[in-house]
Write a protein that binds this ligand. Structure first.
Ligand code: NAD
Length: 370
């Protein structure tokens, strides 16, 4: 049956196809038990695409991604492709998707399910029930701005340099995503920069201050220096709701926040583009934070939860189906509470399950919820 929910699935390489296959069982379950259907299309990305087409992403798949309401991505890469020229490497496929869809907003939630609170490097009471969102500007700043380079100096030594550069519209558009997200969550935004020592930080704070005054009077907003934010994340992470920051600080703070949760196999992410003024839709790509894990690929050891939570984010942010997303998140929580664990999150006294076994249990809990 035709639906207005177009989902492009790009499983990729290594454990990507294994965890995506499990998530498609939930998509199937939703069609059967909730009468919610998606117009599913599957494509190749990364090494899988290179093997068949000689490129990590074909123009046709790129066009399908632009046309879709959301892209569900697995992971790409592996030792087989390590010696390929830079432009043909599997990761280039993902970078092309991000660039051509102009996915400027990267969302990385750090959630700690109660049953997993012992896996964090912090004491249980600091992380139990943690639910924060790091919003990172993804297409600007120091990783892209010119001038950048390495130059030879007259004395024979070299200088290497990069430029951190943001414009008012770039800061405003990521600020607006933060406002949107905070309204869907607990209503608090922390804008993070280093306006004490960086001019790009001074502008960032000025623009965010004006934007919050004009458009976010209903929210609690604050500003924080990036170094302090790093410290606060490990001191008292539950003080945060949405943290919005630039590309460089977001890169570091999101990895720091990720480790509060204990495992790579549990971490989802979303990358969003701007809202199209005529259709009201935005380009979006959802993917786990982890890579293709070649060391465990094909062994049924992969944890499918990060991929499933990525799909849950797609339901929340692309399909306006927060109730279904809540239902999936709650099913995961209950399975973890019963002690089922894939190898990456195994603890004493728990029951080891395979990739499929984990999803069998989650589907079992979903069945009980309807
Ligand atoms: P990785 O995330 O693939 O693996 C790191 C470690 O975590 C491994 O020991 C792996 O077994 C484990 N792990 C990761 N995901 C897991 C899961 N769902 N369940 C259980 N264990 C899991 O990182 P890496 O080893 O540095 O990179 C491997 C390949 O993946 C490289 O080619 C790299 O370039 C690529 N990569 C791709 C992406 C992406 O597609 N977005 C991201 C990161 C790395």
């Amino acid at each position: 049956m035709a639906s207005n929910r177009k989902l492009l699935v790009l499983p990729g390489d290594g454990i990507g196809p294994e965890v995506v296959r499990e998530v498609l069982r939930v998509v199937d379950w939703m069609a059967k038990k909730r009468s919610v259907s998606f117009e599913l299309q599957e494509g190749l990305a990364g090494g899988a695409s290179y093997d068949l087409h000689g490129t990590p992403l074909t123009d046709e798949t790129m066009a399908d991604a632009v046309d879709a309401d959301a892209v569900l991505f697995g992971s790409v890469g592996g030792p087989k492709y390590d010696d390929l020229p830079f432009e043909l490497k599997p990761e280039r496929g993902l970078l092309r998707l991000r660039k051509e869809m102009d996915l400027f907003a990267n969302l990385r939630p750090a959630m700690v399910f109660d049953a997993m609170a012992d896996s964090s490097s912090l004491k249980k009471e600091f992380v139990s029930g943690l639910d924060i969102l790091i919003l990172r500007e993804l297409t600007g700043g120091i990783y892209f701005a010119e001038p950048r380079g390495i130059e030879l100096l007259p004395d024979g030594t070299k200088k290497g340099y990069d430029t951190n550069l943001y414009t008012t519209p770039e800061i405003e558009r990521i600020g607006r995503v933060a406002i949107d997200m905070a309204r869907k969550r607990r209503g608090k935004i922390t804008s993070v920069e280093k306006s004490n020592v960086m001019m790009s930080g001074v502008l960032w704070r000025e623009v965010m201050t004006d934007l919050f005054a004009a458009e976010a009077q209903d929210l609690e907003t604050e500003h924080m220096y990036a170094d302090n934010c790093g410290m606060q994340l490990v001191r008292n992470p539950k003080q945060f709701d949405v943290i919005v920051t630039d590309n460089l600080f977001g890169d570091m703070l999101s990895d720091c926040a990720a480790m509060l949760t204990g495992s790579l196999g549990m971490l989802p992410s979303a990358s969003l583009g701007a809202v199209d003024e005529t259709t009201g839709k935005r380009h979006a790509l959802y993917e786990p934070v982890h890579g293709s894990a070649p060391d465990i690929a094909g062994k049924s050891l992969a944890n499918p939860i990060a991929e499933l939570l990525s799909f849950s984010m797609a339901l929340r942010y692309s399909f306006d189906m927060s109730d279904d997303a809540d239902m999936i998140d709650a099913a995961i929580e209950r399975v973890l509470a019963t002690g089922k664990r894939t190898a990456d999150i195994m603890q004493d006294g728990m029951t080891a399950v395979s990739t499929e076994g984990m999803m069998d249990s989650i589907l079992g809990e979903l069945d009980k919820a309807v």
